[in-house]
Design a protein around this ligand. Structure first.
Ligand code: SAM
Length: 350
């Protein structure tokens, strides 16, 4: 490769890293702003900034599925700051874009777009606040990204299997498993009505079809245009159910039996731990029919080692085994890799 084309390809990668961070609304201090400043020092024109602008705020995806207004404002302010440090002509496009953002109204739901290595992107409607309506389920957590990377590397684990996900939240992990691992059946679940509603929209927005009796078409009319809803076209068969861990009944256990149970970032407070253990006990141990022997894959960000340790002790206490599984090796999504995230395989020891 010639020096010119190597430099061009490096710049493409650099712009792509901005794009991936922008569309997942990474914090400003995680963007490669220092490198941008360095690169701009050696330039006599604004083409690099133009390129970044085209691939982010002015990209068609941003018009259809925009990050929050606040995020776009901060992002543009950073680009303007960097541009003002250079001795190039003012870049009208930057100020026009900022003007447009300043005239936009902030809505409760913004969009994040998670790019796969294939270039395909997962579009998720998420709340602008980390906690809203009393739930943590309206945003995507890092353990879901970590798990999705692992699932894509180990797709054979999920291929042709029936899967139940607990505490699905906005649905990233499950949507990626459905899109890339070819499971036979996938049941998303959560206990919170607004989370369930957003989850259904996110599933449909990514071109996946829902089992007909589990959603209200009025919720998602726009997304449903041009979709063929015949059941034969559903691969995998996808269902969304309301499931509260502390109230799991034997009927639900029989109905939702699966080969694999998945959960990401569900261990964050001691009370939740007890509810979760009681649900896992029902699905893994006191399942009267025992037609299937489920295993659980659980990815957790270890924020509080005591709570996490307690979870493991409680598992031991009810005779449920666990082993730590090596995490993903590929880096598909932008997130803080210094955070301690652990993947457990959990199974019935008896
Ligand atoms: C931190 S969020 C994680 C969401 C998603 N799995 C992720 O990783 O992005 C925890 C999720 O667990 C759900 N949850 C918490 N307690 C629950 C319970 N007792 N029964 C069912 N779901 C629960 C919440 O509604 C929320 O969606």
């Amino acid at each position: 490769m010639s020096c010119v084309s190597a430099a061009w390809s490096q710049e493409q990668d650099f712009v792509r890293s901005f794009q991936r961070s922008f569309f997942t609304m990474r914090r400003m201090d995680c963007l490669p702003l220092a490198e941008l400043e360095e690169r701009l020092k050696n330039r006599k024109d604004s083409t690099l900034l133009q390129h970044i602008l085209q691939q982010t705020v002015l990209h068609p995806l941003c018009h259809k599925y925009p990050p929050s207004v606040k995020y776009r404002r901060l992002f543009l302010a950073e680009l303007i700051k960097k541009h003002e440090m250079t001795r190039t002509e003012p870049l009208d496009d930057l100020y026009d874009a900022l003007g447009e953002v300043l005239r936009s109204e902030e809505l409760e739901i913004c969009h994040k777009n998670y790019f796969l290595l294939s270039g395909e992107n997962i579009k998720l409607g998420e709340n602008v606040a980390i906690i809203s309506e009393g739930t943590t389920g309206l945003v995507t957590w890092e353990a879901a990204l970590f798990f999705a990377e692992w699932a894509m590397e180990n797709s054979e684990v999920f291929n042709c299997r029936s899967i139940l996900e607990l505490g699905s939240g906005t649905g990233l992990a499950g949507i990626i498993v459905c899109m890339t691992c070819a499971p036979k059946q996938y049941t998303f679940s959560d206990c919170h009505p607004s989370v369930l509603q957003q989850l259904r929209k996110n599933i449909l927005n990514n071109g996946l079809l829902l089992n007909l009796d589990t959603w209200n078409p009025k919720d998602c009319e726009a997304e449903l245009k041009n979709k063929n809803l015949s059941e034969e076209n559903q691969r995998p068969k996808i269902t969304v159910v309301g499931l509260e861990w502390s109230e799991v009944t034997q009927e639900q256990v029989a109905e939702l039996q699966s080969d694999i149970i998945i959960a990401t970032d569900v261990i964050y407070d001691p009370e939740v731990v007890l509810c979760l253990i009681s649900a896992l006990e029902k699905f893994l141990i006191s399942n009267e029919k025992k037609e299937r022997c489920s295993v659980v894959y659980l990815a957790s960000t270890i924020r509080n080692p005591e709570t996490y340790h307690r979870f493991k002790m409680e598992l031991d206490g009810v005779g449920i085994g666990h082993q730590v599984i090596t995490g993903p090796t590929s880096k598909v999504f932008p997130y803080n890799r210094a955070t301690k995230i652990e993947l457990l395989k959990i199974y019935n020891e008896t």
